[in-house]
Design a protein around this ligand. Structure first.
Ligand code: THU
Length: 136
C-alpha cells in the first residue's frame, strides 16, 4: 500500500528547494520507485527560460540515473510561496517522460499540503498515451 500522506509531505518539503526566480512558482515532487526508494525533486529555472526543468523530471532523472526502471507513484505540490495554492498537475512533457517507466498501477498524488491531496490513477492523467508497448 502506498502511503499517500507521506509522499505528499515529501513533495511539499521538496517544494521549499525550488529555484524559480523567474516564475516564482515553486514545485516539489516525490517519486516512489517500485523498489521502495523515494527520490525528490524541485523545479530549476534558467535565465535561458526553455532550459527550465520541472520538479517531476528532476525527481525522475535522479531516479533513472541511479538505475531505477520502474516507478510506482509520484506526489506533486506546486504554489506561489506567498499564496494559497491550487492543485498543480504535471505538464505534458513530464507526463510523457513518466509514461516511459510507470507500472500498470501507477498513482499520482496532487497535494496542496500533506493533509489536502487528490489521488489519481495514471490512466486519468495520461489517457491513450504513447509508450514503450507501442514500439514492442
Ligand atoms: N512546473 C513544474 O515544476 N511542474 C509542474 O507540474 C508545472 C510547472 C514549473 C516549471 C516552471 O519552473 C514553473 O513551474 C512555472 O511554469
Amino acid at each position: 500500500m502506498i502511503n499517500h500522506k507521506l509522499l505528499a509531505a515529501a513533495a511539499v518539503d521538496a517544494k521549499s528547494r525550488a529555484y524559480a526566480p523567474y516564475s516564482r512558482f515553486h514545485v516539489g515532487a516525490a517519486l516512489l520507485c517500485a523498489d521502495g526508494n523515494v527520490y525528490i525533486g524541485c523545479n530549476i529555472e534558467s535565465a535561458a527560460y526553455p532550459a527550465t526543468i520541472c520538479a517531476e523530471r528532476t525527481a525522475l532523472t535522479k531516479a533513472i540515473s541511479e538505475g531505477v526502471r520502474k516507478i510506482r507513484a509520484i506526489a506533486v505540490a506546486g504554489s506561489f510561496p506567498d499564496k494559497e495554492g491550487n492543485y498543480c498537475y504535471p505538464c505534458g512533457v513530464c507526463r510523457q517522460m513518466l509514461h516511459e517507466f510507470v507500472t500498470d498501477d501507477f498513482e499520482v498524488i496532487i497535494a496542496k499540503s500533506a493533509d489536502d491531496y487528490r489521488v489519481h490513477k495514471w490512466e486519468e492523467i495520461l489517457p491513450y498515451g504513447f509508450g514503450p508497448k507501442d514500439l514492442a
